[in-house]
Design a protein around this ligand. Structure first.
Ligand code: NAG
Ligand code: NAG
Ligand code: NAG
Ligand code: NAG
Ligand code: NAG
Length: 365
């Protein structure tokens, strides 16, 4: 009897020390896990609040168009976005009024600063008249806003169809020599402009299109970007029909290692669809950013582009529902005259529909 109890007692002791050991190990493991996990959460949080900076340059007639860039950004993301806008003195009050209004309508989703147009005094005339008025401003941006680390530059004739965060995440893919990300002008030797017509050096085999440009300004300042710009302009000014884009091509011709090449869906122009499908990635994953270069949003030659532009132009920030927007996009697109670009309806709608479903839930339609 006594023996048995002792034996039982010993067994219980053994069991409980086993339990204690197990609990100890588990707590230890949990702690390690938690420490790592919370670190991950912290990092994630930091990334979440990292500020997305988007910038463009506007003089005179492009004001309306540029507001639609802002709208398209805000529609397809819930992340706060900081806009740095370089513009004429006479447009500043208009931007200030509209953007302040939109800031309160979107519960502070956007913030902004307005910068004046500012070219070096020497050669100011040359700069102002290169390509279109003030377009060349962006070449000087690294020096003009030393308080900004990085930004996405877009032409005013662009529209986001997906979340700007996705494009911003490409900064983290840069290797140590890359300072900027841009898409190619095209990659079809039969129609490519640069290899057939350019009288100046350009990036790679086909040249780049500068309508969408991720700029790590910190790295561009270290690189000495702005020092390259004026000598190149003076040397080539008679041979560069696309102005600032050609200057960027010349710089990158000599510094290929500085370039991260973006997929074509991040800078989708009518060239990519008017002769047939020339951007497979847009067909499978959706157009991320529509670029109405050569007035494709306005000149009645690309009805598919114009349909998307019109729907976003009519969208009232903070008032209209995103469902209304999608319905209008589909209506205008379907009603538009047939075109090669219009045949790729899926490429145009895949991402807006998915993004709006992800952000706002699936509407009943
Ligand atoms: C810009 O938009 C306003 C208001 O919608 C309109 O009255 C004006 O004609 C537009 N301007 C241009 C150049 O399209
Ligand atoms: C911009 O608008 C805000 C509020 O509407 C006003 O307080 C501010 O003075 C304006 N700033 C400029 C530079 O016009
Ligand atoms: C830009 O480059 C600097 C210097 O390499 C780096 O510290 C910074 O994190 C980069 N910015 C982004 C958004 O990747
Ligand atoms: C370019 O043109 C040639 C000859 O017409 C054709 O065989 C080839 O498929 C074309 N290449 C592309 C990428 O369109
Ligand atoms: C970064 O990537 C570019 C493009 O692939 C390449 O040319 C360059 O050598 C790379 N730089 C480094 C430091 O690996």
């Amino acid at each position: 009897m006594m023996k048995l109890t002792l034996w039982k007692f010993g067994f219980l002791l053994f069991l409980s020390s086993l339990c204690a050991y197990y609990l100890y190990c588990k707590t230890y493991a949990d702690n390690i896990y938690r420490r790592h996990y919370s670190k991950a959460v912290e990092v994630q949080h930091k990334e979440d609040v990292e500020r997305i900076v988007l910038s463009f340059v506007v003089c005179d007639s492009r004001y309306n168009e540029s507001l639609n860039v802002v709208k398209s950004v805000l529609i397809f993301t819930k992340t706060p976005v900081y806009f740095v806008i370089f513009t004429d003195e006479n447009l500043k009050p208009k931007f200030n009024d509209t953007l302040n209004k939109w800031r309160s309508l979107t519960n502070n989703q956007l913030d902004f600063e307005l910068q004046k147009i500012n070219f070096p005094e020497a050669h100011e005339e040359d700069w102002m008249n290169l390509f279109s008025k003030c377009a060349a401003q962006r070449l000087f941006i690294p020096k003009l806003i030393p308080h900004i680390d990085s930004m996405i530059y877009v032409d005013t004739d662009t529209l986001f169809l997906g979340p700007v965060n996705e494009l911003w995440s490409y900064f983290s893919r840069f290797n140590s020599s890359q300072i900027s990300a841009v898409a190619l002008e095209d990659d079809n030797p039969n129609v490519s402009w640069y290899p057939r017509f350019a009288k100046h050096p350009f990036y790679g085999k086909y040249g780049i299109n500068s309508g969408v440009m991720l700029m790590n300004l910190t790295r561009m300042r270290t690189f000495g970007w702005v020092d390259y710009v004026t000598p190149i302009m003076l040397k080539w000014k008679l041979y560069i029909p696309w102005g600032d884009q050609d200057i960027i091509n010349i710089i990158f011709h000599y510094h290929e290692r500085a370039v991260y090449v973006l997929p074509c869906r991040y800078n989708y122009r009518s060239d990519q669809c008017m002769y047939g499908d020339a951007c497979a990635e847009a067909t499978t994953r959706g157009i991320f950013l529509l670029h109405g270069s050569r007035k494709a949003f306005h000149n009645h030659k690309q009805p598919a582009f114009e349909a998307i532009y019109r729907a976003i132009n009519e969208y009232n920030i903070g008032i209209d529902s995103t469902e209304t927007l999608l319905n209008k996009m589909e209506k205008y697109f379907t009603e538009a005259p047939a075109s090669n670009c219009g045949n790729l309806k899926n490429a145009f709608f895949r991402l807006p529909i998915k993004t709006i479903n992800d952000l706002y839930g699936k509407p009943n339609r």
